[in-house]
Design a protein around this ligand. Structure first.
Ligand SMILES: [Zn+2]
Length: 227
């Protein structure tokens, strides 16, 4: 079947603004592409993440690709990726990250990529971990392997959105654990999550990884929420 006809039968919509995509567009429209709110974290000496984690956590580098603004393009992209099975959004953003950061040397120092895991039950409900296609796109570009079975989530927490930060940190204790620690001993791991909000999830994951001998971590999230 011709591509044009396929487009008529199954039109593609922009994952950023829901506009109908043109023939030469995929995943997001040209207008959204030009409006993506990049953080430029890799060019900044002290990022918002650095300020949040200062004195709390030892890490090599921390960055988010995009700012997450309510009702903005990033929120739509993440929503489609997380809840609408639009996993191509993760691939698109992973490729974008590698292109945008071509000149930075952070990825050169990474041994493995570690996605923030979902609990087994949540994984079964959703059918996929929403950060995985993002991780795999970076793997494709850099040949840095993604380890999916090293960091696991052992407790399935209820939504904690209305709890205080202290509560969230306490709740996150013992939620994650490491399998096959020998695999990451002495390695520099890039921990990847979808949205950085309070940092509690990243911190809990990082603390588990850092218990393993001679590990180093860097942090990357698709989006940074200023709320
Ligand atoms: Zn759009």
């Amino acid at each position: 079947m011709q591509k044009n006809l396929l487009n008529v039968l199954f039109p593609n919509f922009c994952n950023g603004c829901d506009a109908l995509l043109l023939k030469n567009e995929s995943v997001i429209c040209t207008k959204c592409l030009h409006q993506l709110p990049f953080t430029q974290h890799h060019q900044i000496e002290s990022t918002e993440i650095d300020k949040k984690f200062y004195g709390l956590l030892p890490y090599e580098s921390a960055a988010s690709l995009l700012y997450f603004n309510k009702k903005g393009i990033t929120q739509n992209l993440i929503h489609n990726l997380k809840y609408k099975n639009r996993q191509e959004v993760g691939t698109f953003l992973g490729n974008l990250y590698c292109n945008e950061n071509e000149k930075n040397t952070i990825l050169d120092k990474i041994d493995y990529i570690i996605p923030v895991p979902l609990h087994q039950k949540r994984l079964q409900e959703r059918g996929y971990n929403q950060v995985l296609t993002f991780c795999k796109a970076i793997e494709e570009n850099t040949k840095i392997e993604t380890l999916e079975k090293v960091l696991i989530k052992t407790k399935n927490l209820k939504s904690v959105t209305d709890k205080t930060k202290e509560n969230r940190l306490a709740q996150n204790k013992d939620v994650f654990s490491i399998q096959h620690p020998e695999k990451i001993e002495g390695k520099h791991l890039l921990l990847i999550d979808d949205v950085f909000t309070t940092g509690a999830t990243i911190e809990a994951c990082a603390r588990e990884i850092l218990k393993i001998k001679d590990t180093k971590i860097s942090i990357l999230t698709i989006a940074y929420s200023q709320s």
